[in-house]
Design a protein around this ligand. Sequence first.
Ligand code: SAM
Length: 250
Amino acid sequence: MTLRIDVLSLFPDAIRQYASTSVLGRANERRVFELHVHDFRDAATDVHRSVDDAPFGGGAGMVLRPEPLLGTLETTPGLAHPVIALTPSGRTFNHELARDLAGLTGFTLLCGRYEGFDQRILDVGVDDEVSVGDFVLAGGELAALCVIESVVRLLPGALGNDESSVHESFADNLLEYPQYTQPAEFRGMTVPEVLRSGDHGRIARWRLAQSLYRTMQRRPDLIERRGGLSEQEQDVLDEFQPLDAPRANG
Ligand code: SAM
C-alpha cells in the first residue's frame, strides 16, 4: 500500500523541489509514497487572494485566516487523514511518532506562516499538532520535510537497504554506535581492532556496548524510557570499555 501524504503550504515548490531529490525522490519514483502538495492560497476567497490578517486584540504580525486552509481541507478529494498541523506548541516529533505515521495509509501536514494559524483552524480542521523542536522557524515547510523524510525512510523499499533504518539512532531507544570507514589509520587515529577482526558476534556486542555507553552519557532519558539495562546489556558493558573518541578541537 502506497502511503499518501498531503501537504498544505504557501510555498508548494519548496516542498516539491526537496521531495524530488535523493531518498525522497527515489522513493516517490518507486511509488513507496505519493505526495500531494496544495497551495492553500488557491482557496482564498477575496480578490487579493489574501490568506492572512491582523490579530484580534492587537499584536505584531499576521495570522492565517481560516477560510483558505479549511476550504482546502474540505474540498480536496481523497485528502489523507489524520490532519497534522506543524506548530511550535505541538507535541515534539520523534522516532516513535515517525514509526506510527509510517504505519498509516496516509496523513496531511499543514504548514503555517507569519504568526501561525487562527485557533479555529486547529479546533475544527486538525487532529494533532506537532513541533520539530523548541525553536521557531519562519514557516512549517522545513518542519513538514523533516516529518516526511523521517517517515518515508522507514517504509519498505525507500532505502537501498531496508536494514539501514533498523540499526540507527533511536531504534530501540538507543543512539547509534560510532562508525568507521577507510583508511584504517588516519592522522594517528586507528579504527578499533574489533571492527577489523572479522568476528561478527564480537563486533555486534561491541557495537551494542558503544551504543549503550553513548546513550547513557548523552541521553540518559532514553535509557530510562527503555526501563534500564537488561542482563545481556550489562554483560556487554563488562566485556568492552567505552570508546574515548578523540576530537579535533580537543
Ligand atoms: N507565533 C508562533 C508561536 O509563537 O508559536 C510562531 C509562528 S512561526 C513564525 C510560523 C509557522 O512556522 C508556524 O505556524 C508553524 O507552522 C511553523 N513552525 C515554526 N516553528 C516550528 C516548530 N518548531 N515546529 C513545527 N512548526 C514550526
